[in-house]
Design a binder for this molecule. Sequence first.
Ligand code: FE2
Ligand code: FE2
Length: 194
Amino acid sequence: MPIADMPEAKTYLRRLREVLNEDKVSHCIFTAEYLASFAVSLGIDHDDAVAAGLLHDFCRCLDDSEMLDQARQFRLPLSEAQMAAPTLLHGPVAAETCRREFDINEEVYQAIYWHTTGRPALEPLGQALFVADFAEPTRKFPEAVEARARLRKNGFEDAVLYVAEMKAVFSRRKTVVDPNTQAFLLWLKTREKA
Ligand SMILES: [Fe+2]
Ligand SMILES: [Fe+2]
């Protein structure tokens, strides 16, 4: 089903074009389309998938001080990692902003909130957004190509585990590591064995 069939898609797109640059709007559209292409087979609501995909980076263009100001205004809990690298807050700040502006439901809120790092016990929509954001078809780096191939050939559980592993590897190369990335990976691995 095309994403434009989702009732609020036009409103979301109009607002995205006001707050994001062209590249990021395009990434949000590709994320929503890719996510919607496999979400329904996982039992996820199509319109929730479109909402989460389109809105997940709604606050991606705020600078560090705007991000921290917004987070404080929303009374979000701030971790050491987020204080040191405020970009890590773009998911939580977008979730709060979109809840106020668009009245998104709890599942969409949780998916947007945790899309960068994941977290233990993340719901299916959040896991699917985590994969789609990393592997949407305009992402050309080898790990994104591999994630798309795994989703196609091996299925969703293998793809989400692979993306979490790659994100943990990438995050260890950075100066600031968000512990939620590692915790999510551990949860997925433990769940695999259960
Ligand atoms: Fe993001
Ligand atoms: Fe994104």
